[in-house]
Ligand binder design. Structure first.
Ligand code: NI
Length: 145
């Protein structure tokens, strides 16, 4: 039967066969994350994977966060970290510094650019002596999908 009502929604329903145990674990995760809608959770997962794929190709602009934990007693490390950021003004949007304890500092950088440039920057910062941990997370401003 042909639909007469105009459906402007792009929603598509499809069936997925999953292992029962896998689905139960997924539902447990969704409850812990306070998801009330399994469809939204699956759409979020797919979107996350697509964003990651675009980033890995390095050809799309994205925004992200570089997180660094470092020992501020390390000679000149603060200056080196700041110096590198000053040389990447096109990538670094903002930074936040947190004194974690007597020795450790947390530096959080909001960045915008392509994956290759941001990974390079994170590598430069994270490769300095005294940096204990570096992580990058990224997302996109292109949320049409
Ligand atoms: Ni500090």
């Amino acid at each position: 039967m042909k639909r007469t009502a105009k459906n402007k929604s792009n929603l598509v329903r499809f069936g997925v066969a999953l292992d029962r145990g896998l689905l139960e674990r997924f539902d447990t995760l969704l409850r812990s994350l306070h998801y009330t809608n399994r469809s939204k959770a699956i759409a979020d997962l797919i979107r996350e994977r697509l964003v990651e794929e675009d980033w890995l190709k390095g050809n799309k602009m994205g925004v992200g966060v570089i997180t660094l934990v470092y020992d501020h007693h390390k000679y000149q490390l603060d200056n080196k970290l700041i110096d590198i950021q000053h040389h990447h003004l096109g990538l670094v949007l903002s930074s936040m510094h947190v004194h974690l304890d007597k020795n450790l500092c947390l530096e959080i950088l909001a960045v915008r650019g392509n994956a290759v440039s941001i990974k390079k920057l994170a590598g430069k910062l994270g490769g300095l002596k005294g940096v204990r941990h570096t992580s990058i997370s990224f997302t996109t401003t292109d949320l049409d999908t």
